[in-house]
Design a protein around this ligand. Structure first.
Ligand SMILES: Nc1ncnc2c1ncn2[C@@H]1O[C@H](COP(=O)(O)OP(=O)(O)OP(=O)(O)O)[C@@H](O)[C@H]1O
Length: 214
């Protein structure tokens, strides 16, 4: 069995009689990035859920950090972070307090930057003392991305991190992904953002999923 951070071999997914992901493969070495691209409904989120181990493939294999993805999800959870939907959050903790919580939870392993620096570089410092329900949709997404990348995990799974972000914040999101790669982390991201696709294509494969057939 491969020890690569991500090794997806001919994986497909069928719900009932409908195949929503045609066989796809991708292998990532440590520190590589990969973009998963394709039209709406092509199966990008499905592929990411299979890698995250939250769903099982209909055929093929998904190996993550040397283990079947569903086992890796539990046994290697400290090494894997995912943003595949809304960020679970505490209604009574501020933006800054959420990052502080992540920092404390991974104390001793957290490489920084500190909370205020992390918020400032994402231009989220102006909302540092607001609660999740008080954020705009773009602020919510940026907060989710920053909090996700704040986990010192070696494998990062992102589903359209650019969603709801304006052009300026899309650029910040790309910068944060590049930094994660520069830190030696492995990043697998579904995206509709050509800029993010290019950034990831510089660091590894592009997985092109075809138009859904139904
Ligand atoms: N639980 C489910 N039951 C049946 N069909 C599903 C289920 N989940 C997803 N699908 C279908 O699977 C297909 C792929 O969905 P998926 O969310 O993976 O696409 P996507 O490429 O991420 O799309 P988008 O770019 O719109 O986010 C879609 O046609 C969707 O309707």
């Amino acid at each position: 069995m491969s020890d690569a951070p991500v090794d997806v071999e001919s994986v497909s997914k069928t719900y009932g009689t409908v195949q929503v992901l045609a066989p796809a493969s991708v292998r990532l070495s440590a520190g590589q990035g990969a973009a998963v691209v394709g039209p709406n409904g092509a199966g990008k989120s499905t592929l990411l859920r299979l890698v995250a181990g939250t769903e099982k493939p209909t055929s093929g294999t998904v190996t993550v950090l040397g283990e079947p993805a569903d086992r890796a999800r539990r046994r290697r959870r400290d090494e894997i972070v995912r943003l595949l939907g809304p960020l679970p959050s505490y209604p009574d903790l501020t933006v800054a307090e959420h990052l502080r919580l992540v920092e404390v939870a991974w104390s001793g392993r957290h490489p920084g930057p500190d909370v205020d620096e992390a918020l400032a570089e994402a231009t989220l410092d102006r909302v540092r003392d607001q609660f999740p329900a008080e954020l705009s949709s773009g602020e919510t997404q940026m907060f989710a991305l920053v909090a996700t990348l704040y986990r010192p995990a070696s494998l990062v799974l992102l589903d359209e991190p650019e969603q709801r972000l304006d052009a300026r914040w899309r650029e910040v999101a790309r910068h944060l992904v590049v930094r994660a790669l520069d830190q030696g982390r492995t990043v697998l991201a579904a995206t509709h953002d050509p800029g993010l696709r290019d950034v990831l294509a510089d660091r590894g494969p592009v997985v092109e999923l075809a138009e859904p057939t139904r």
